[in-house]
Design a protein around this ligand. Structure first.
Ligand code: GDP
Ligand code: IMO
Ligand code: MG
Length: 440
Protein backbone atom coordinates (compact mmCIF):
# COMPACT_ATOMS: atom_id res chain seq x y z
CA UNK A 1 0.00 0.00 0.00
CA UNK A 2 1.44 3.36 -1.04
CA UNK A 3 0.21 6.69 0.22
CA UNK A 4 0.87 10.31 -0.72
CA UNK A 5 0.66 13.18 1.76
CA UNK A 6 -0.04 16.54 0.14
CA UNK A 7 -0.34 20.13 1.37
CA UNK A 8 -3.72 21.62 0.52
CA UNK A 9 -3.33 25.32 1.33
CA UNK A 10 -0.18 27.52 1.15
CA UNK A 11 2.14 25.20 3.07
CA UNK A 12 2.96 24.56 6.73
CA UNK A 13 -0.23 22.60 7.29
CA UNK A 14 1.58 20.05 9.47
CA UNK A 15 2.70 17.59 6.79
CA UNK A 16 5.78 16.75 8.86
CA UNK A 17 3.69 15.72 11.85
CA UNK A 18 1.38 13.51 9.77
CA UNK A 19 4.25 11.88 7.86
CA UNK A 20 6.09 11.17 11.11
CA UNK A 21 2.93 9.73 12.63
CA UNK A 22 2.53 7.32 9.71
CA UNK A 23 6.15 6.59 8.87
CA UNK A 24 6.56 3.51 11.07
CA UNK A 25 3.89 1.79 8.95
CA UNK A 26 5.86 2.22 5.72
CA UNK A 27 9.14 0.75 4.52
CA UNK A 28 10.14 3.83 2.55
CA UNK A 29 9.47 7.57 2.92
CA UNK A 30 10.21 9.61 -0.21
CA UNK A 31 10.28 13.33 -1.00
CA UNK A 32 9.47 14.11 -4.63
CA UNK A 33 9.62 17.89 -5.17
CA UNK A 34 10.75 21.19 -3.69
CA UNK A 35 13.96 21.61 -1.80
CA UNK A 36 15.09 23.14 1.48
CA UNK A 37 12.43 25.83 1.09
CA UNK A 38 10.37 23.25 3.00
CA UNK A 39 10.38 23.16 6.78
CA UNK A 40 8.65 20.12 8.24
CA UNK A 41 8.46 20.02 12.01
CA UNK A 42 8.37 16.76 13.90
CA UNK A 43 7.93 16.69 17.67
CA UNK A 44 8.73 13.48 19.45
CA UNK A 45 8.05 13.07 23.14
CA UNK A 46 10.63 10.91 24.84
CA UNK A 47 11.13 10.40 28.57
CA UNK A 48 8.74 13.26 29.32
CA UNK A 49 10.57 15.73 27.08
CA UNK A 50 9.82 17.06 23.62
CA UNK A 51 12.49 16.62 20.99
CA UNK A 52 12.00 18.89 17.97
CA UNK A 53 13.28 18.08 14.49
CA UNK A 54 12.89 20.49 11.57
CA UNK A 55 13.44 18.64 8.30
CA UNK A 56 14.09 20.62 5.13
CA UNK A 57 15.37 18.21 2.50
CA UNK A 58 15.48 14.90 4.27
CA UNK A 59 12.14 13.06 4.52
CA UNK A 60 10.35 13.22 7.87
CA UNK A 61 10.71 9.42 8.16
CA UNK A 62 14.39 9.77 9.09
CA UNK A 63 13.72 9.59 12.82
CA UNK A 64 12.38 6.05 12.37
CA UNK A 65 15.29 3.60 12.43
CA UNK A 66 13.53 1.10 10.15
CA UNK A 67 12.63 3.60 7.40
CA UNK A 68 14.61 4.05 4.23
CA UNK A 69 14.39 7.68 3.13
CA UNK A 70 14.55 8.71 -0.51
CA UNK A 71 15.11 12.10 -2.09
CA UNK A 72 13.52 11.69 -5.50
CA UNK A 73 14.45 13.08 -8.89
CA UNK A 74 11.95 15.96 -8.64
CA UNK A 75 13.70 17.50 -5.62
CA UNK A 76 16.33 20.25 -5.98
CA UNK A 77 19.28 19.73 -3.63
CA UNK A 78 21.64 22.35 -2.26
CA UNK A 79 24.67 20.25 -1.24
CA UNK A 80 25.54 22.72 1.52
CA UNK A 81 22.03 22.54 2.98
CA UNK A 82 22.00 18.75 2.73
CA UNK A 83 25.32 18.35 4.54
CA UNK A 84 24.28 20.87 7.19
CA UNK A 85 21.03 18.98 7.77
CA UNK A 86 22.87 15.65 8.06
CA UNK A 87 25.27 17.25 10.59
CA UNK A 88 22.36 18.78 12.57
CA UNK A 89 20.58 15.44 12.73
CA UNK A 90 23.76 13.83 14.02
CA UNK A 91 23.87 16.28 16.93
CA UNK A 92 20.28 15.22 17.67
CA UNK A 93 21.23 11.56 17.74
CA UNK A 94 20.13 10.57 14.22
CA UNK A 95 22.79 8.97 12.06
CA UNK A 96 22.17 9.58 8.34
CA UNK A 97 24.03 7.00 6.25
CA UNK A 98 24.05 5.76 2.65
CA UNK A 99 21.73 3.02 3.91
CA UNK A 100 18.91 5.15 5.33
CA UNK A 101 19.15 8.03 2.83
CA UNK A 102 19.13 7.40 -0.92
CA UNK A 103 19.36 10.31 -3.34
CA UNK A 104 18.23 10.21 -6.96
CA UNK A 105 21.00 10.65 -9.49
CA UNK A 106 18.44 12.64 -11.51
CA UNK A 107 17.75 15.24 -8.79
CA UNK A 108 19.03 18.68 -9.77
CA UNK A 109 21.53 20.66 -7.72
CA UNK A 110 21.08 24.11 -6.25
CA UNK A 111 24.42 25.88 -6.53
CA UNK A 112 25.58 29.12 -4.90
CA UNK A 113 24.83 31.15 -8.03
CA UNK A 114 21.19 30.03 -7.86
CA UNK A 115 20.91 31.48 -4.37
CA UNK A 116 22.56 34.74 -5.52
CA UNK A 117 20.21 34.90 -8.53
CA UNK A 118 17.15 34.27 -6.33
CA UNK A 119 18.11 37.36 -4.29
CA UNK A 120 18.80 39.57 -7.32
CA UNK A 121 15.64 38.58 -9.18
CA UNK A 122 13.49 39.12 -6.08
CA UNK A 123 14.94 42.58 -5.48
CA UNK A 124 14.21 43.49 -9.12
CA UNK A 125 10.57 42.48 -8.66
CA UNK A 126 10.07 45.32 -6.16
CA UNK A 127 6.44 45.45 -4.99
CA UNK A 128 5.65 42.29 -6.92
CA UNK A 129 8.21 40.21 -5.04
CA UNK A 130 7.13 36.59 -4.54
CA UNK A 131 8.67 36.59 -1.08
CA UNK A 132 10.71 33.48 -1.85
CA UNK A 133 12.68 31.66 0.80
CA UNK A 134 15.87 32.89 -1.00
CA UNK A 135 17.11 29.32 -1.19
CA UNK A 136 17.74 29.36 -4.95
CA UNK A 137 14.75 27.11 -5.65
CA UNK A 138 13.33 29.01 -8.66
CA UNK A 139 16.67 29.54 -10.46
CA UNK A 140 17.63 25.86 -9.98
CA UNK A 141 14.34 24.68 -11.53
CA UNK A 142 14.87 27.24 -14.32
CA UNK A 143 18.21 25.61 -15.16
CA UNK A 144 16.57 22.17 -15.04
CA UNK A 145 13.91 23.21 -17.54
CA UNK A 146 16.50 25.01 -19.68
CA UNK A 147 18.37 21.68 -19.85
CA UNK A 148 21.60 23.03 -18.45
CA UNK A 149 21.30 22.01 -14.80
CA UNK A 150 23.75 19.90 -12.85
CA UNK A 151 22.33 16.75 -11.33
CA UNK A 152 23.22 14.78 -8.24
CA UNK A 153 24.56 12.06 -10.55
CA UNK A 154 27.22 14.54 -11.68
CA UNK A 155 28.71 14.28 -8.17
CA UNK A 156 29.78 10.73 -9.03
CA UNK A 157 32.11 11.84 -11.84
CA UNK A 158 34.40 14.54 -10.48
CA UNK A 159 36.19 15.50 -13.71
CA UNK A 160 32.93 16.02 -15.54
CA UNK A 161 31.46 17.75 -12.49
CA UNK A 162 34.24 20.34 -12.41
CA UNK A 163 33.94 20.95 -16.14
CA UNK A 164 30.18 21.52 -15.90
CA UNK A 165 30.50 23.64 -12.74
CA UNK A 166 33.09 25.83 -14.40
CA UNK A 167 30.98 26.36 -17.53
CA UNK A 168 27.74 27.03 -15.64
CA UNK A 169 29.38 29.39 -13.13
CA UNK A 170 30.73 31.54 -15.98
CA UNK A 171 27.26 31.72 -17.56
CA UNK A 172 25.56 32.45 -14.24
CA UNK A 173 28.13 35.11 -13.34
CA UNK A 174 27.37 36.95 -16.59
CA UNK A 175 23.72 37.06 -15.65
CA UNK A 176 24.46 37.94 -12.02
CA UNK A 177 26.67 40.92 -12.90
CA UNK A 178 24.08 42.05 -15.47
CA UNK A 179 21.53 42.09 -12.61
CA UNK A 180 23.87 44.11 -10.40
CA UNK A 181 25.04 41.20 -8.25
CA UNK A 182 28.48 40.00 -7.17
CA UNK A 183 29.94 37.14 -9.23
CA UNK A 184 30.49 33.78 -7.55
CA UNK A 185 34.10 32.72 -6.88
CA UNK A 186 34.56 29.94 -9.43
CA UNK A 187 37.75 28.53 -7.88
CA UNK A 188 36.13 28.23 -4.47
CA UNK A 189 33.11 26.55 -6.04
CA UNK A 190 35.36 23.96 -7.71
CA UNK A 191 37.02 23.21 -4.36
CA UNK A 192 33.59 22.92 -2.68
CA UNK A 193 32.31 20.78 -5.56
CA UNK A 194 35.00 18.15 -4.93
CA UNK A 195 34.13 18.07 -1.24
CA UNK A 196 30.40 17.68 -1.95
CA UNK A 197 31.12 14.86 -4.38
CA UNK A 198 33.09 13.01 -1.75
CA UNK A 199 30.47 13.45 0.95
CA UNK A 200 27.28 12.93 -1.06
CA UNK A 201 28.20 10.39 -3.76
CA UNK A 202 27.70 7.34 -1.46
CA UNK A 203 23.99 8.24 -1.15
CA UNK A 204 23.40 8.60 -4.88
CA UNK A 205 21.62 5.90 -6.82
CA UNK A 206 18.86 5.38 -9.36
CA UNK A 207 15.92 5.83 -7.00
CA UNK A 208 13.40 5.33 -9.82
CA UNK A 209 14.45 1.68 -10.14
CA UNK A 210 14.83 1.43 -6.38
CA UNK A 211 11.27 2.60 -5.68
CA UNK A 212 9.63 0.59 -8.44
CA UNK A 213 11.52 -2.59 -7.54
CA UNK A 214 10.70 -2.10 -3.88
CA UNK A 215 7.01 -1.72 -4.67
CA UNK A 216 7.12 -4.84 -6.86
CA UNK A 217 8.66 -6.71 -3.94
CA UNK A 218 5.73 -5.70 -1.74
CA UNK A 219 7.36 -2.83 0.16
CA UNK A 220 5.21 0.16 1.03
CA UNK A 221 6.04 3.76 0.14
CA UNK A 222 4.94 6.98 1.82
CA UNK A 223 5.33 9.94 -0.53
CA UNK A 224 5.93 13.16 1.40
CA UNK A 225 4.84 16.35 -0.36
CA UNK A 226 6.41 19.71 0.31
CA UNK A 227 4.75 23.12 -0.16
CA UNK A 228 1.12 22.81 -1.14
CA UNK A 229 -1.64 22.97 -3.74
CA UNK A 230 -1.90 26.79 -3.76
CA UNK A 231 1.90 27.06 -4.15
CA UNK A 232 1.96 24.65 -7.12
CA UNK A 233 3.58 26.16 -10.22
CA UNK A 234 0.57 25.20 -12.40
CA UNK A 235 -2.39 25.09 -10.02
CA UNK A 236 -1.47 27.67 -7.39
CA UNK A 237 -1.74 31.44 -7.22
CA UNK A 238 0.75 32.07 -10.03
CA UNK A 239 3.14 33.90 -10.01
CA UNK A 240 3.08 33.81 -6.19
CA UNK A 241 4.00 30.14 -6.10
CA UNK A 242 7.01 27.90 -5.82
CA UNK A 243 8.69 26.43 -8.90
CA UNK A 244 7.58 22.79 -8.70
CA UNK A 245 4.41 20.71 -8.88
CA UNK A 246 3.43 20.16 -5.29
CA UNK A 247 0.11 18.58 -6.30
CA UNK A 248 -0.28 14.83 -6.85
CA UNK A 249 1.11 14.77 -10.40
CA UNK A 250 4.43 15.92 -8.94
CA UNK A 251 4.56 12.72 -6.87
CA UNK A 252 4.63 10.62 -10.06
CA UNK A 253 7.07 12.74 -12.05
CA UNK A 254 9.20 13.55 -9.01
CA UNK A 255 9.57 9.99 -7.75
CA UNK A 256 9.34 8.14 -11.06
CA UNK A 257 6.36 6.05 -10.01
CA UNK A 258 3.16 5.50 -12.00
CA UNK A 259 -0.19 6.97 -10.80
CA UNK A 260 -1.56 3.44 -10.43
CA UNK A 261 0.97 2.81 -7.67
CA UNK A 262 -0.41 5.55 -5.41
CA UNK A 263 -3.58 4.04 -4.01
CA UNK A 264 -4.38 6.72 -1.43
CA UNK A 265 -3.80 10.46 -1.23
CA UNK A 266 -4.34 12.40 1.97
CA UNK A 267 -4.36 16.18 2.05
CA UNK A 268 -3.16 18.00 5.16
CA UNK A 269 -5.23 21.06 6.01
CA UNK A 270 -5.20 23.51 8.91
CA UNK A 271 -8.37 24.43 10.77
CA UNK A 272 -7.57 27.97 9.55
CA UNK A 273 -5.25 29.26 6.81
CA UNK A 274 -1.71 30.64 6.74
CA UNK A 275 0.61 31.90 4.05
CA UNK A 276 4.24 33.09 4.06
CA UNK A 277 5.47 35.52 1.41
CA UNK A 278 3.53 37.60 -1.10
CA UNK A 279 0.36 36.92 -3.06
CA UNK A 280 -3.41 36.90 -2.67
CA UNK A 281 -5.02 35.48 0.48
CA UNK A 282 -8.76 36.28 0.54
CA UNK A 283 -9.49 35.23 4.13
CA UNK A 284 -6.44 36.95 5.66
CA UNK A 285 -7.05 38.65 9.02
CA UNK A 286 -5.27 41.97 9.33
CA UNK A 287 -6.38 42.59 12.91
CA UNK A 288 -5.65 41.45 16.48
CA UNK A 289 -7.47 38.21 15.80
CA UNK A 290 -4.93 37.36 13.10
CA UNK A 291 -2.17 38.18 15.56
CA UNK A 292 -3.78 36.05 18.27
CA UNK A 293 -3.95 33.05 15.92
CA UNK A 294 -0.30 33.63 14.93
CA UNK A 295 0.74 33.71 18.59
CA UNK A 296 -1.29 30.69 19.69
CA UNK A 297 -0.45 28.64 16.57
CA UNK A 298 3.21 29.71 16.72
CA UNK A 299 2.92 30.69 13.11
CA UNK A 300 6.50 31.55 12.26
CA UNK A 301 8.24 29.96 9.27
CA UNK A 302 10.10 26.73 10.06
CA UNK A 303 12.65 27.61 7.34
CA UNK A 304 12.96 31.37 7.42
CA UNK A 305 11.42 32.37 10.76
CA UNK A 306 9.15 34.87 8.96
CA UNK A 307 5.77 35.55 10.60
CA UNK A 308 3.05 33.67 8.72
CA UNK A 309 0.00 35.59 7.54
CA UNK A 310 -3.10 34.11 9.22
CA UNK A 311 -6.77 33.93 8.25
CA UNK A 312 -9.97 31.87 8.28
CA UNK A 313 -10.49 28.43 6.76
CA UNK A 314 -11.20 28.76 3.05
CA UNK A 315 -13.48 26.01 1.77
CA UNK A 316 -13.07 27.18 -1.85
CA UNK A 317 -9.40 26.22 -1.53
CA UNK A 318 -10.19 23.00 0.34
CA UNK A 319 -12.58 21.83 -2.41
CA UNK A 320 -10.07 22.79 -5.09
CA UNK A 321 -7.34 20.79 -3.35
CA UNK A 322 -9.67 17.78 -3.02
CA UNK A 323 -10.46 18.03 -6.75
CA UNK A 324 -6.98 18.64 -8.16
CA UNK A 325 -5.33 15.96 -6.03
CA UNK A 326 -8.24 13.49 -5.94
CA UNK A 327 -7.88 13.39 -2.16
CA UNK A 328 -9.20 10.26 -0.49
CA UNK A 329 -9.32 12.02 2.86
CA UNK A 330 -8.03 15.00 4.81
CA UNK A 331 -5.84 15.33 7.88
CA UNK A 332 -7.07 18.40 9.74
CA UNK A 333 -4.47 20.03 11.98
CA UNK A 334 -4.25 22.70 14.67
CA UNK A 335 -7.85 22.48 15.84
CA UNK A 336 -6.60 23.42 19.33
CA UNK A 337 -5.42 26.81 18.08
CA UNK A 338 -9.06 27.90 17.69
CA UNK A 339 -10.04 26.86 21.24
CA UNK A 340 -10.46 30.38 22.69
CA UNK A 341 -12.45 31.97 19.90
CA UNK A 342 -16.02 33.18 20.42
CA UNK A 343 -16.91 32.69 16.80
CA UNK A 344 -15.23 31.06 13.85
CA UNK A 345 -15.70 31.89 10.20
CA UNK A 346 -15.61 29.57 7.20
CA UNK A 347 -15.26 31.05 3.74
CA UNK A 348 -17.72 29.30 1.44
CA UNK A 349 -17.36 31.41 -1.70
CA UNK A 350 -16.06 34.69 -3.09
CA UNK A 351 -17.62 37.86 -4.41
CA UNK A 352 -15.42 39.12 -7.23
CA UNK A 353 -16.35 42.38 -8.95
CA UNK A 354 -19.92 41.98 -7.71
CA UNK A 355 -20.28 38.36 -8.88
CA UNK A 356 -20.48 35.37 -6.56
CA UNK A 357 -18.39 32.30 -7.29
CA UNK A 358 -17.29 29.10 -5.58
CA UNK A 359 -14.26 28.71 -7.85
CA UNK A 360 -10.73 30.04 -7.62
CA UNK A 361 -10.00 32.48 -10.45
CA UNK A 362 -6.84 31.75 -12.45
CA UNK A 363 -5.64 35.33 -12.11
CA UNK A 364 -3.87 36.38 -8.90
CA UNK A 365 -5.17 39.95 -9.32
CA UNK A 366 -8.76 38.70 -9.42
CA UNK A 367 -8.21 36.55 -6.34
CA UNK A 368 -6.70 39.60 -4.63
CA UNK A 369 -9.98 41.41 -5.32
CA UNK A 370 -12.08 38.53 -3.97
CA UNK A 371 -14.25 39.30 -0.99
CA UNK A 372 -14.90 36.17 1.06
CA UNK A 373 -18.47 35.05 1.74
CA UNK A 374 -18.54 33.68 5.27
CA UNK A 375 -20.56 31.31 7.37
CA UNK A 376 -20.23 32.06 11.06
CA UNK A 377 -19.98 29.22 13.57
CA UNK A 378 -19.97 29.49 17.37
CA UNK A 379 -16.63 28.77 19.02
CA UNK A 380 -16.42 26.00 21.66
CA UNK A 381 -14.26 28.00 24.10
CA UNK A 382 -12.85 24.92 25.80
CA UNK A 383 -9.56 23.12 25.47
CA UNK A 384 -9.23 20.48 22.76
CA UNK A 385 -5.48 20.24 23.23
CA UNK A 386 -4.27 16.67 23.17
CA UNK A 387 -7.71 15.10 22.70
CA UNK A 388 -7.31 11.77 20.91
CA UNK A 389 -10.95 10.58 20.82
CA UNK A 390 -13.54 12.27 18.66
CA UNK A 391 -16.21 11.69 21.33
CA UNK A 392 -14.24 13.76 23.84
CA UNK A 393 -14.44 16.92 21.71
CA UNK A 394 -16.84 19.70 22.73
CA UNK A 395 -20.12 19.51 20.78
CA UNK A 396 -19.48 22.83 19.04
CA UNK A 397 -16.06 21.66 17.86
CA UNK A 398 -17.68 18.53 16.43
CA UNK A 399 -20.23 20.69 14.60
CA UNK A 400 -17.47 22.87 13.16
CA UNK A 401 -15.50 19.81 12.02
CA UNK A 402 -18.53 18.13 10.48
CA UNK A 403 -19.27 21.28 8.51
CA UNK A 404 -15.64 21.57 7.36
CA UNK A 405 -15.58 17.98 6.11
CA UNK A 406 -18.93 18.37 4.38
CA UNK A 407 -18.06 21.62 2.65
CA UNK A 408 -14.55 20.45 1.71
CA UNK A 409 -15.87 17.29 0.07
CA UNK A 410 -13.63 14.77 1.85
CA UNK A 411 -13.75 13.03 5.23
CA UNK A 412 -11.20 13.59 7.99
CA UNK A 413 -8.96 10.58 8.53
CA UNK A 414 -6.99 12.53 11.14
CA UNK A 415 -7.81 15.44 13.41
CA UNK A 416 -4.74 16.86 15.08
CA UNK A 417 -5.06 18.61 18.43
CA UNK A 418 -1.41 19.28 19.22
CA UNK A 419 2.06 18.95 17.71
CA UNK A 420 2.90 15.54 19.20
CA UNK A 421 2.16 12.13 17.71
CA UNK A 422 -0.38 11.09 20.32
CA UNK A 423 -2.31 14.36 20.11
CA UNK A 424 -4.29 13.02 17.19
CA UNK A 425 -7.78 11.64 16.59
CA UNK A 426 -7.47 8.83 14.05
CA UNK A 427 -10.39 7.36 12.12
CA UNK A 428 -9.00 3.85 11.81
CA UNK A 429 -12.18 2.49 10.23
CA UNK A 430 -11.95 5.02 7.42
CA UNK A 431 -8.26 4.25 6.90
CA UNK A 432 -9.03 0.54 6.74
CA UNK A 433 -11.48 1.25 3.93
CA UNK A 434 -8.46 2.55 1.98
CA UNK A 435 -6.58 -0.63 2.86
CA UNK A 436 -4.43 1.18 5.43
CA UNK A 437 -4.16 -0.98 8.51
CA UNK A 438 -2.10 1.22 10.75
CA UNK A 439 -0.48 0.40 14.02
CA UNK A 440 -0.19 3.77 15.71
P1 GDP B 1 4.67 21.44 7.34
O1 GDP B 1 5.60 22.32 6.58
O2 GDP B 1 3.39 21.20 6.61
O3 GDP B 1 5.31 20.15 7.79
O4 GDP B 1 4.29 22.23 8.67
P2 GDP B 1 5.31 23.06 9.63
O5 GDP B 1 6.10 22.10 10.41
O6 GDP B 1 6.03 24.10 8.85
O7 GDP B 1 4.28 23.85 10.53
C1 GDP B 1 3.33 23.19 11.32
C2 GDP B 1 3.57 23.58 12.79
O8 GDP B 1 2.44 23.25 13.54
C3 GDP B 1 4.73 22.82 13.43
O9 GDP B 1 5.34 23.67 14.36
C4 GDP B 1 4.03 21.66 14.14
O10 GDP B 1 4.76 21.19 15.26
C5 GDP B 1 2.75 22.31 14.57
N1 GDP B 1 1.58 21.44 14.65
C6 GDP B 1 1.22 20.41 13.84
N2 GDP B 1 0.01 19.93 14.17
C7 GDP B 1 -0.42 20.69 15.21
C8 GDP B 1 -1.63 20.72 15.98
O11 GDP B 1 -2.57 19.97 15.75
N3 GDP B 1 -1.72 21.67 16.95
C9 GDP B 1 -0.72 22.55 17.21
N4 GDP B 1 -0.89 23.44 18.18
N5 GDP B 1 0.43 22.55 16.51
C10 GDP B 1 0.57 21.64 15.52
P1 IMO C 1 6.48 23.57 3.53
O1 IMO C 1 6.89 22.29 2.82
C1 IMO C 1 5.19 27.71 3.19
C2 IMO C 1 6.63 29.92 -0.32
C3 IMO C 1 7.57 31.07 -0.07
C4 IMO C 1 7.18 31.98 -1.22
C5 IMO C 1 6.92 30.98 -2.35
C6 IMO C 1 8.08 30.79 -3.31
O2 IMO C 1 7.17 23.77 4.82
O3 IMO C 1 5.00 23.67 3.59
P2 IMO C 1 10.42 29.55 -3.08
O4 IMO C 1 11.56 29.77 -2.15
O5 IMO C 1 9.84 28.19 -3.05
O6 IMO C 1 10.74 29.99 -4.49
O7 IMO C 1 9.28 30.57 -2.57
O8 IMO C 1 6.61 29.76 -1.73
N1 IMO C 1 7.06 28.63 0.26
C7 IMO C 1 6.51 28.07 1.35
N2 IMO C 1 5.55 28.53 2.19
N3 IMO C 1 5.71 26.47 3.37
C8 IMO C 1 6.65 25.98 2.52
O9 IMO C 1 7.07 24.71 2.58
C9 IMO C 1 7.11 26.81 1.48
N4 IMO C 1 8.04 26.67 0.51
C10 IMO C 1 7.97 27.78 -0.24
O10 IMO C 1 7.32 31.66 1.18
O11 IMO C 1 5.98 32.65 -0.94
MG1 MG D 1 6.66 24.08 6.80
Amino acid sequence: MNLAIIGTQWGDEGKGKIVDLLASNFDIVARYQGGHNAGHTVIIRKDGEDQKFVLHLIPSGITHPASTCVIGNGVVIDPRALLAEIADLKTQGIEVTHKNLLISNRAHLILPYHVALDRRVESHRGNNAVGTTMRGIGPAYEDKMARRGLRAGDLTNVDLLLEKLSRNTKQANNLLTHLGGEPIDENQLLVDGKHWAEMIAPHITDTTYYLNNAAQAGKSILLEGAQATMLDIDHGTYPFVTSSNSTIGGACTGAGVPPSMIETTIGVIKAYTTRVGGGPFPTELHDELGEAIRAKGREYGASTGRPRRCGWFDAVIARYAVMVNGLSALALTKLDVLDDLEEIKICVGYRINGKETDQIPYDAGELEAAEPIYEIWPGWQASTQGIANFDDLPAKAKNYLERLAEISGAPFAFISTGPERNETIIDKELLEKFGLRLSI
